[in-house]
Design a protein around this ligand. Structure first.
Ligand SMILES: N=CN[C@@H](CCC(=O)O)C(=O)O
Ligand SMILES: [Zn+2]
Length: 407
């Protein structure tokens, strides 16, 4: 024993581990020790621990890993949403409204708003979150967003290339994103992203951003193929991006290219060379009235997918991963196990956190196995199937984040 406080959670009706063997254990138990999972197995064989929680037959899953969000913003876009529901289509231009409100907010206000959004996500079972910058769109405000994000979420992505701000020249702004702005955010971020879409950044501009950010040592991702077919997916594959997100409009060649990145990966053991995760954002697809991303076809082609909430004020003002899982099952034709996997292990894969070091480094998240971070989500239900069977019902009963009871 490590000397750290331990807790036994027993009488778990269904333990959906999302581990390498994809195990779903019945009548199971878990022991948490400090921030790590110390033991899992049949409840009848569980060791004793300092504390005890009786799950009373409830289901336990890994905490949700939300690998795509935009939490550093101020302001409101209800009017834009109402106009969209009345028939207008979504365009990238709405980002500028949020940029104005974000620039006008104080550091304290932005921090309070972001922390409130994180708390809302955690209260619904999310235990690991990424956030992007992207509503500052000048050097000072992108650096400020990155700094606030680094103090608020687990992983930070630089999205200076979200929109060319009003009045700026696109080429000059791209130079700024690739040069001084990148230097300013660099201490706070691990990832970089570019919105490669009509109305945002062209293929050539996106290529420049990805090259500069890769050369600066950042991991890459791309907002791609959200509003129509385009070069986003192919660029992500070419640059070896960790993920390409949205993926609503995919050609057969796009799906083939993504599948090709996973050829060196053994999905049954989670070993080998990681490819580009296709991150599906069903809440965003519904809120923008875009076709749902073809998650079923992607999985069938051998692509690893993630499900994320894409919480932002324009296209998806929700942090509910349960809603995304429900939609993925009911409308994207994923099994419950596949949908939960995409929202836990898949998110971890997109963030490079699916494996870890039990001794002296970062612990794996997104699956329940000995040595992984103790991020657990207990449902107010006997099985994970209830997430799809009882749409809209708040099913979070308890949450442990890095071993600490959060709900
Ligand atoms: N697509 C680009 N960015 C966000 C939306 C940003 C906004 O409209 O404020 C997204 O992921 O959907
Ligand atoms: Zn996004």
């Amino acid at each position: 024993m490590s000397g750290q406080t331990s807790t036994l959670i027993s009488n778990i009706g269904e333990l959906m581990t999302q581990d390498a063997e994809h195990r779903v254990l019945k009548d199971a138990a878990v022991v948490i020790e400090g921030e790590r999972i110390a033991w899992i197995g049949p409840a009848s064989e569980a060791p004793s621990a300092d504390g005890h929680v009786d799950a009373e037959g409830r289901a336990v899953l890994p905490g949700w890993v939300d690998s795509h969000s935009h939490l550093i913003f101020a302001g409101d876009r209800t009017a834009e949403f109402e106009a969209r529901m009345a028939g207008q289509s979504y365009s990238a231009g709405g980002i500028a409204v949020t940029t104005g409100a974000t620039r006008a907010a104080s550091d304290e206000e932005l921090t309070r708003l972001a922390a409130g959004r994180v708390a809302e996500a955690v209260s619904q079972g999310t235990t690991y979150l990424e956030s992007k910058t992207g509503y500052g769109l000048d050097l000072e405000n992108e650096a400020r967003s990155a700094r606030i994000a680094a103090a608020t979420v687990d992983e930070v992505t630089y999205l200076g290339a979200h929109l060319v701000p009003a009045g700026a020249d696109a080429e000059e702004y791209t130079d700024l994103v690739c040069g001084p702005m990148l230097d300013a955010v660099r201490p706070y971020v691990k990832w970089a992203d570019v919105f490669c879409e009509r109305g945002a950044f062209t293929e050539e501009q996106s290529r420049r951003v990805l090259t500069a950010c890769r050369d600066a040592g950042l991991g890459l991702r791309v907002h791609g193929n959200q509003l129509g077919e385009g070069p986003g997916v192919q660029l992500a594959v070419e640059f070896g991006a960790a993920s390409v997100d949205h993926v609503n409009y995919l050609s057969a060649a796009d799906i083939g290219a993504l599948a090709g990145t996973w050829i060196g990966w053994d999905a049954s053991t989670g070993t080998g060379t990681r490819g580009t995760v296709a991150t599906c954002l069903p809440a965003c697809d519904l809120s923008t009235r875009q076709p749902l991303a073809p998650g079923r076809a992607l999985i069938d082609a051998g692509v690893q997918i993630a499900l994320a909430a894409n919480c932002n004020p324009g296209t998806s003002y929700t942090s509910s991963i349960a809603f995304c899982v429900t939609t993925a099952v009911l409308q994207m034709h994923l099994s419950v196990h596949e949908a939960v996997r995409a929202a836990t292990y898949g998110g971890a894969l997109a963030l490079g956190r699916e494996s870890g070091n039990d001794v002296d480094g970062e612990r794996a998240v997104g699956s329940i196995a000995v040595g992984h971070r103790a991020d657990l989500h207990m449902l107010k239900a006997l099985s994970a199937t209830h997430l799809a069977y009882r749409p809209g019902i708040p099913l979070t009963f308890a949450v442990w984040r890095a071993g600490v009871r959060a709900v």
